[in-house]
Design a protein around this ligand. Structure first.
Ligand code: MLT
Length: 267
């Protein structure tokens, strides 16, 4: 899968851009990169242009002159990318951290968003406990590098069924995460820690929303997914069996099928 560097003003971002048709912007999870969308980039959904950036400071995207510290920074980058590619309005799909950023994109430019796909994510902010855990992870990343963070998170990222079925998946996810620098991971933990509460926005989101969640997701469990789908005007929630937090990788066919069915409603 071929990525290219796109420069839009002060922003330089690595983007994988595949297919032709209406645009579907795919925003990755923490601590991964656009590589996590490989199954979708390789095998559909058909008839759509898939645009998968590495967020600033992740994968092959440089950190820029000022480190991102808030979801606002990543949202501004994505909206600048959409403007630069002149491809809006887009269907915006974000998984976990990608979903947090998708909410912020909607707050900044709802006119650029045709529909939302919110996968394995949550609308509520971090609790005090989770903020404290993020700080600990920041210290561990500073002391021992990206590996310390991915090793702490990996057992929770993949569902029990996937871990039993395909041990290689954890190896693959770890390898993708290890391409990220410790500095990028520390900045991203700050972005996660400081994200706002998106629950008050739900009732105002008028575009179609697909909420996808792995039935075995323990980081952002199905109850939270249903809360999002029930809170928006036009939401549907699809729960994917035998998948955990990284449902798009763990059950790529079922994930892409649910996505394609939803996109089919829009065209
Ligand atoms: C992610 O998958 O992006 C992270 O697990 C999100 C989080 O830790 O809140």
């Amino acid at each position: 899968m071929c990525a290219r560097l796109v420069t839009a003003g002060e922003l330089t971002v690595s983007v994988t851009d595949r297919g032709q048709g209406p645009p579907l912007l795919l925003v990755h999870a923490f601590p991964l990169s656009a590589r996590m969308w490989t199954p979708q980039l390789e095998a559909g959904p058909e008839g759509w242009r898939l645009i998968a950036p590495d967020l600033r400071g992740f994968g092959a995207s440089p950190p820029g002159t000022v480190a991102p510290r808030h979801v606002r920074d990543h949202a501004a980058d994505l909206l600048a990318l959409v403007d630069h590619l002149q491809c809006g309005p887009v269907v915006l799909a974000g998984l976990s951290m990608g979903g947090y950023i998708a909410f912020e994109c909607w707050r900044q430019r709802p006119d650029l968003i045709r529909a939302l796909v919110l996968a394995d994510t949550r609308a509520d902010p971090d609790t005090d406990d989770s903020r404290a855990r993020r700080q600990l992870l920041q210290q561990q990343a500073a002391a021992a590098g990206t590996g310390a963070v991915i090793d702490a998170m990996l057992p929770m990222l993949l569902g029990a069924s996937s871990q039993a079925r395909d041990p290689h998946l954890a190896v693959q996810v770890r390898a993708w995460a290890m391409e990220n620098t410790a500095a990028g991971v520390i900045d991203a933990l700050e972005v996660l820690r400081t994200r706002p509460d998106s629950r008050p926005d739900l009732a105002r989101i008028a575009c179609p929303v697909l909420v996808l969640v792995g039935a075995e997701d323990t980081i952002t469990p199905p109850t939270l997914a249903r809360t999002i789908a029930e809170g928006v005007a036009d939401g549907v929630c699809v729960e994917l069996a035998d998948a955990g937090h990284l449902a798009s990788i763990e059950q790529p066919r079922a994930f892409t099928q649910a996505l394609s069915t939803f996109l089919g409603r829009l065209s």
